[in-house]
Design a protein around this ligand. Sequence first.
Ligand code: BES
Ligand code: MN
Ligand code: ZN
Length: 496
Amino acid sequence: MSSNFTIRFASASQHEADLGILLTLVGDGPAAGAAVADPAAVIARASGIAGFSGKRLTVLDIVAPHQSPFGRLVVLGCGKVDDLKSYDWLRAGGKAASIFKRAKSVTVFLDAPGLDVTAQKAADLALGMLLRAYSFDAYKTKKADDDDKAPQSIDVTIVTAVHAEAAAAFEAAQAVAAGVNLARELVNLPPNVLGPVEFAGHAKALETLGVEVEILTETEMRELGMGALLGVAQGSARPPRLAVLQWKGGTQGETPVAFVGKGVVFDTGGISIKPAANMEDMKGDMGGAAAVIGLMHTLAARKAKVNAIGILGLVENMPDGNAQRPGDIVTSMSGQTIEIINTDAEGRLVLADALWYCKERFKPSIMINLATLTGAILVALGTQHAGLFSNDDELANALLAAGEESGETLWRMPLGKDYDKIIDSKFADMKNSGGRYAGSITAAQFLKRFVGDTPWAHLDVAGTAMGSPLNEINQSWGSGYGVRLLDQLVRDRYEA
Ligand code: BES
Ligand code: MN
Ligand code: ZN
């Protein structure tokens, strides 16, 4: 069931109770519910009977007695209230949204004892609801006659003393929701519908938000010498694109930050073709590019005070009479030559030219790329952390901190000379695969050869961009991973 939430913020005196749900948040400890005078006794009694103690993300759901101005009284546990991160507020909002069910109106009393509600936390709670509400149902034709799947419209009023500031923070939260849900949608879309040209069209659409967008065609990329990216694309009937997005929200002339995404709209493996099992998942091999476009959407929609570049390398990896072969040697835009060992190690080839182009043209202060780059990162870290590789400790630590706060967590992996030599080639400057061992690390070493001295981080999101376990704030296969993480980084590092 998907829902449309209309969320507003009010003070207790502005708010008139009507028949709906009352939701109140409590911390760990003896039963509470003291936030509202009338239902407090009911909640306290029910807590005792049900053994509800306010543990994080537990719920007490009571049908209200008939004198009550509410239909249901719902209490949501917050656990230890003194160590709540942004992510905990999102999860609380997501959890809350999941229990609204058929309610038409919901009143959330936020100012519970000990909770220290700020505008940002209230907005995070609301954001959790918006993220929970996303579902990919564009291709389900039967939803209209299935009651459970008909979208519900729910009016949510969040009552808090900081309502005015919360309403302002919620404007930015809506921008985040739009960016995350855009990234999810693109990852979920089927590959016949979303080719490189169509993806570039989604990038172009960001112009309405004030983003400057250029779309480079095959001819232009050939003139730039992007032999690595073009080698991947040559087996596909659908031509490649490179999307270049600029958001100029910072001061004029300030050095930009740059985000680069792997956008392989479908990865068959090429001539080194993948096995049939689960190959359909490779429609999500553009999850890095989806995160970058989602992030640029968010930054522009909330008018972030930063100059940001987004680069999307958009190609399809197909086997064909014209496809690239193992043994081919291609020349990248940097001039470095690459021997193709495995045509399925295509993401690094796309990024090699996208990173080099980004560095040469924009000379960014930092460069962060996101890519569903290796199956090996799933073996190492599962779906719980994305792999972080960086040549700069300060940037790496800022990313790790943003990961903790946002809940889009990272785990730092090593780089080093001994790993780098594994991708030296007999015939060219390097080869595109170093074999099975340390597969994620040798892939990162490959990218590192195309970033020069730029402080750079590579996020391997093969385990987190899609197919990760569903949770309070995400019920979709495409997770939108990376948008909130990098929005958090921009807030912390460039807008604080
Ligand atoms: N897109 C895949 C990586 C991937 C695997 C993403 C599973 C999401 C889930 C990438 O292009 C790839 O095929 N990598 C190879 C590299 C190898 C040939 C050196 C891999 O991981 O096996
Ligand atoms: Mn591949
Ligand atoms: Zn791939």
